[in-house]
Structure formats: structure tokens, C-alpha cells
Design a protein around this ligand. Structure first.
Ligand SMILES: Nc1nc2c([nH]c(=O)n2[C@H]2C[C@H](O)[C@@H](COP(=O)(O)OP(=O)(O)OP(=O)(O)O)O2)c(=O)[nH]1
Length: 139
């Protein structure tokens, strides 16, 4: 069977817990898809890139945190149904638990960064696939 080149591969990070049991979320800036909604931070995997490598790059670009790729663990995934959605390319969103990092988040690309307890993350307005990841990751 041939592989499926249709999906757009996207990685996302569950960064935490911090000393207070909180996790880092990103609020998407105005002018982008899902503006104003809170997501697990991350982005698209470039051609030829590994998932952990892409996550380290995206998080560094967006907020300056350095993630430790050695301690990252696959945590959950969510995918669009290729026939159900209206967009040309369905998303395959891979969530990694990232328990070790260094630095403090600063907004480098216009989004907002905040640490939240899991019950607060459940209440945030999120894009559809992040809602699924939240339910799967925090239960
Ligand atoms: N996290 C998340 N992303 C989603 C969902 N649905 C959906 O179409 N997307 C899209 C929006 C973006 O095209 C892509 C996420 O990659 P990204 O964060 O690097 O994209 P971006 O909008 O910042 O775009 P760019 O400037 O990097 O091109 O996935 C969803 O439910 N959750």
C-alpha cells in the first residue's frame, strides 16, 4: 500500500508540570487561523525533519524556551477526517509530553503565553484538535 502524503504533520508540546503543577499554553495571535484560541504550542514539521527536532525549533522560535528532546515522550495524537473536513489538507497533530526545558517563555511572534492547571486548560477555548488532545492527555 502507498503511504498517504495528504496529511499535514503538526507537532505540539505539553510542557510541564512546573513547580506549581501547571502547563504552558499559547494563545494564537490575531490574523492567524484560530486567532484568540489557546493551543498546545508547536507547529508544522518541515520536510526531512524529525518530530522532536521540529518541536525544539518551533518552541525556540515562538517563545525562546529550550526543550530537552531526550526526555520528550509521545503522549497523544488527533487527526482530521480527510473526507469530513472542508480544508484541502487534513491535519495530523502529534502531542509530546516535554517534562524538561530551560528558560522562560517570552512572546516572539505576537501570541500570548501562560501557565495553567489542567482543570483550567479544560475550560479554555481551543481549536478542535487541541480539545481532543486535552481530553486525552489530562483525562
Ligand atoms: N494546533 C492546531 N492546529 C490546527 C488545528 N486545526 C487546524 O487546521 N490547524 C492548523 C493551523 C495551522 O495551519 C497548523 C498549525 O501549524 P502552525 O501553528 O505552525 O501554523 P501557523 O498558523 O502559525 O502558520 P504559519 O505562519 O507557520 O504558516 O494547523 C487544531 O485543531 N489545532
Amino acid at each position: 500500500m502507498e503511504s498517504n502524503p495528504t496529511y499535514l504533520p503538526v507537532v505540539a508540546a505539553a510542557i510541564g508540570p512546573d513547580g506549581d503543577g501547571r502547563w504552558l499554553m499559547h494563545r494564537r495571535p490575531e490574523g492567524k487561523a484560530h486567532a484568540g484560541l489557546w493551543e498546545f504550542p508547536g507547529g508544522k514539521i518541515d520536510a526531512g525533519e524529525g518530530a522532536r527536532e521540529a518541536l525544539v525549533r518551533e518552541i525556540e522560535e515562538e517563545c525562546g524556551l529550550s526543550l530537552d528532546p531526550e526526555t520528550m515522550r509521545e503522549a497523544a495524537f488527533a487527526a482530521d477526517d480527510p473526507r469530513g473536513g472542508t480544508r484541502a489538507r487534513p491535519i495530523l497533530l502529534l502531542l509530546y509530553h516535554c517534562p524538561r526545558w530551560s528558560g522562560r517563555p517570552i512572546s516572539r511572534e505576537g501570541g500570548e503565553w501562560q501557565w495553567f492547571a489542567p482543570h483550567r486548560i479544560a475550560q479554555l477555548e481551543k481549536p478542535p484538535l487541541d480539545r481532543q488532545l486535552c481530553a486525552r492527555f489530562f483525562g
